[in-house]
Design a protein around this ligand. Structure first.
Ligand code: IPE
Ligand code: IPE
Ligand code: MG
Length: 231
C-alpha cells in the first residue's frame, strides 16, 4: 500500500473540527456530533495502520474549550472514558501506543486513572503512536516548559534542551496538519512543533471524515514540495 505513495507523512496531526456544526445541521445536540466524531477517530486509526503512518495526534480538548457548557464538557469526558475502555484491548492487540499531551490535572480522577493505565499498558509498543491532546494549548505547553527549565536552574538553553521539556518529547514534529470543517486557523495547537508542517483544510466536518478523505489527504501531502528554506 505504502508503495503507492511517493511520500507519506511520518506524523499526522489532526485538528478535529466541526462536530457541533455537523450535529446542529442534523437537528441533534452538539454532543451527538462528538459521539460520531469518536467513530471518525476509530476509522482514522484503522487507516493509519493500513497506510503505515507511524504517528497520529488528535486535538481533542483545548485549553480554551473550558469556555463551553458544563454539559458539553462532561459529555466529552464521558466519551473519552467510553472510548478508552472500549478500545483497551484493541490497542494492545494492534500494538498501538497511546499517550497524551496537555495538562490532564484538572480532569476527573477516574478519567486520569484510565488514561495513565492505558498509557502504561501500551508504552512499549511502536507500530503506531496515537497521541491525544487533552487540555492542550501550545502557549501553555511552552510556558510550562520554560518554568521547568527555570526551576532546574538553567540560565541559557539550546533548542534540543527546550524540546526535551515539551509534552511532545520523543514525538517527531508533525509533518502534516489536517483541520476539518473548513476553518483555516491553528487555534493554539502545537505552535512550536508546526514550524515546517504542511497544512490541509478539507471542508468536511470531522464526524464525516472517513478512509476516502484520509487517502485524499495523503494524496494532497504527496504533492507538496518541502524546501525547509533551501531551493
Ligand atoms: C471539534 O468540534 C471538537 C472539539 C473542539 C472538542 P467543535 O465542537 O468545535 O465543532 P464546531 O466547530 O462547533 O462545529
Ligand atoms: C480547536 O477547535 C480545538 C479542538 C479541535 C479540540 P475549536 O473549535 O475549539 O477552535 P476555534 O474556537 O474554532 O478556534
Ligand atoms: Mg470548532
Amino acid at each position: 500500500m505504502t508503495k503507492l505513495f511517493k511520500q507519506l507523512p511520518t506524523h499526522i496531526a489532526i485538528i478535529m473540527d466541526g462536530n457541533g456544526r455537523w450535529a446542529t445541521k442534523r437537528g441533534m445536540p452538539r454532543n451527538y456530533g462528538h459521539r460520531e466524531g469518536v467513530k471518525a477517530i476509530e476509522r482514522t486509526i484503522e487507516a493509519c495502520l493500513k497506510y503505515n503512518i507511524k504517528y497520529c495526534t488528535f486535538f481533542a480538548f483545548s485549553t480554551e474549550n473550558w469556555k463551553r457548557s458544563k454539559e458539553e464538557i462532561d459529555g466529552i469526558f464521558e466519551l473519552l472514558r467510553e472510548y478508552i475502555s472500549k478500545n483497551d484491548n484493541i490497542f494492545i492487540e494492534k500494538q498501538v501506543k497511546l499517550r497524551h499531551i496537555g495538562e490532564i490535572e484538572p480532569f476527573p480522577d477516574d478519567l486520569k486513572a484510565c488514561l495513565v493505565d492505558i498509557e502504561k499498558k501500551t508504552e512499549d509498543f511502536d507500530k503506531l503512536t496515537i497521541t491525544f491532546a487533552l487540555n492542550y494549548g501550545g502557549r501553555n505547553e511552552i510556558v510550562r516548559a520554560i518554568n521547568k527549565l527555570l526551576q532546574n536552574g538553567n540560565k541559557s538553553i539550546d533548542e534540543q534542551v527546550f524540546l526535551s521539556q515539551l509534552d511532545t518529547k520523543g514525538l517527531p514534529e508533525p509533518d502534516f496538519v489536517i483541520r476539518t470543517s473548513g476553518e483555516q486557523r491553528v487555534s493554539n495547537f502545537m505552535l512550536y512543533q508546526m514550524a515546517y508542517s504542511e497544512f490541509y483544510f478539507p471542508k468536511i466536518c470531522w464526524p464525516s471524515f472517513n478512509e476516502k478523505h484520509f487517502v485524499k489527504s495523503l494524496r494532497e501531502f504527496e504533492k507538496r514540495k518541502r524546501r525547509y528554506g533551501g531551493v
